[in-house]
Design a binder for this molecule. Structure first.
Ligand code: DGL
Length: 259
């Protein structure tokens, strides 16, 4: 069982930011990444539809023999992880916006969060936010359009820069000192965000924490692959291979899968 792959899925290519953290921490593990780019973005879809899509992705990863599933999408986690944990036997790791460390370290007592509508309006997010950001002003911003631009290969474009400028201004005006990235597509925007934000603003994302949590749950369940062999890393998308390829570099092969 320990040699079985770690399954990872996202609404598209953004979850590769999480795959990279997992691969760096657990280089011996076999992995399978599913990019459901055909259905991206999940953010504007309702909870029921997001659950349906997560079930579809989960079933594919289970058929491929995964021993654990990482839901590398904040929108999918905040809307569907409880459903998945209730209905399937294997462990699920989710990702949520890192409000807690941002709130804890904020001097201005004001933090910003950029996430999808689906994440910001979820019950799980409002619970986490009221639990950890008590006494802190949280400036929420729906990043509408950002995921679509990344999925369309416009990560580094004038359109992206203009959108980010519009989204960041209210946070800058409110004097945030931490910006929480609440979507796994957004770590790819860090160079542009750093250009647009005042120097003292810290950017926080949850990728490393997710990788650590994956390791700890594998260990707890005696599922760590301790064999030093040539791990297999497979990447599947249900649209064009180009964008996923461009984020992974030439060392990995991306395959088309109809799902
Ligand atoms: N990567 C997804 C997330 O973390 C993007 C969601 C979407 O497709 O809108 O939320």
């Amino acid at each position: 069982m320990s040699k079985q792959p770690i399954g990872i899925f996202d609404s598209g290519v953004g979850g590769t930011s999480i795959w990279k953290e997992i691969h760096a921490l657990l280089p011996n593990e076999n992995t399978i990444y599913l990019a459901d780019s055909l259905n991206a973005p999940y953010g504007p879809k309702g909870k029921e539809r997001i659950i349906e899509l997560c079930v579809k992705n989960t079933e594919i990863l289970l058929r491929k023999g995964c021993k654990i599933i990482v839901v590398a999408c904040n929108t999918a986690t905040t809307n569907a992880i409880n459903y998945l944990r209730t209905n399937y036997m294997i462990p699920f790791i989710g990702i949520e916006p890192a409000i807690k460390p941002a709130a804890l370290h904020s001097s201005t007592k004001t933090v910003g969060i950029l996430a999808t509508k689906g994440t910001l309006s979820s019950e799980l997010f409002s619970k986490t936010s009221s639990l950890y950001a008590c006494g802190i002003k949280v400036v929420e911003q729906d990043g509408d359009g950002i995921v679509q631009l990344i999925e369309n290969g416009k990560l580094d474009s004038d359109e992206m820069r203009s959108l980010l400028k519009i989204y960041l201004q209210p946070m800058i005006d409110a004097k945030i000192d931490h910006l929480v990235l609440g979507c796994t597509h957004y770590p790819y925007l860090i160079p542009q965000l750093l250009e647009l934000l005042p120097k003292h603003v810290k950017i926080i994302d949850s990728g490393e924490a997710v990788a650590k949590q994956t390791k700890s749950i594998l260990k707890k369940n005696a599922l760590l692959n301790n064999q030093i062999s040539n791990p297999k890393n497979q990447f599947f998308t249900n649209t064009d291979l180009k964008i996923l390829n461009s984020l992974l570099g030439n060392n990995y092969k991306v395959e088309y899968l109809d799902f």
